[in-house]
Design a protein around this ligand. Structure first.
Ligand code: AMP
Length: 116
């Protein structure tokens, strides 16, 4: 697995720093966001480091499927399809990206506000 020694999410994958994990398979983990913006706020990441969804699509498009397979499994098993949920992936500082390891926010819980 390719990782980045300075990447905080790679350190959560390796166990070097703790993460509140809710899902773990061969390729993907999900854990609770440290600053939740909704009642349920998770981050889904691939275990191989890329910086954003464009790099992932260019270099390893299969990883996008692997992440969405994980999201599908988690949301199916946790009744989130009925409750409703939102997926967001920020690309670049102007969009609010602060961690440069490709990740998908999953927001759910009480009725979500608008996307701004
Ligand atoms: P973004 O701003 O889209 O790059 O999302 C990065 C997210 O990572 C933010 O919502 C942060 O709250 C979250 N975050 C940063 N460090 C940690 C950490 N150690 N554990 C869990 N979530 C984190």
């Amino acid at each position: 697995m390719h990782d980045d020694k300075n990447c905080i999410f790679c350190k959560i994958i390796s166990g070097e720093i703790p993460g509140s994990k809710v899902y773990d398979d061969k390729n993907v983990i999900a854990f609770r966001d440290i600053q939740p913006a909704a009642e349920l706020h998770l981050l889904f990441i691939h275990k191989e480091h890329t910086v954003n969804i464009n790099e992932m699509m260019m270099k390893h498009p299969k990883q996008l499927i692997e992440i969405f397979e994980a999201i599908n499994q988690f949301t199916s098993e946790n009744d989130l399809i009925n409750k409703g949920y939102r997926i967001i992936s920020n690309v670049g500082k102007n969009a609010g990206q602060s961690v440069f390891h490709t990740h998908f926010h999953l927001l759910s819980g009480k009725r979500l506000g608008g996307i701004n």
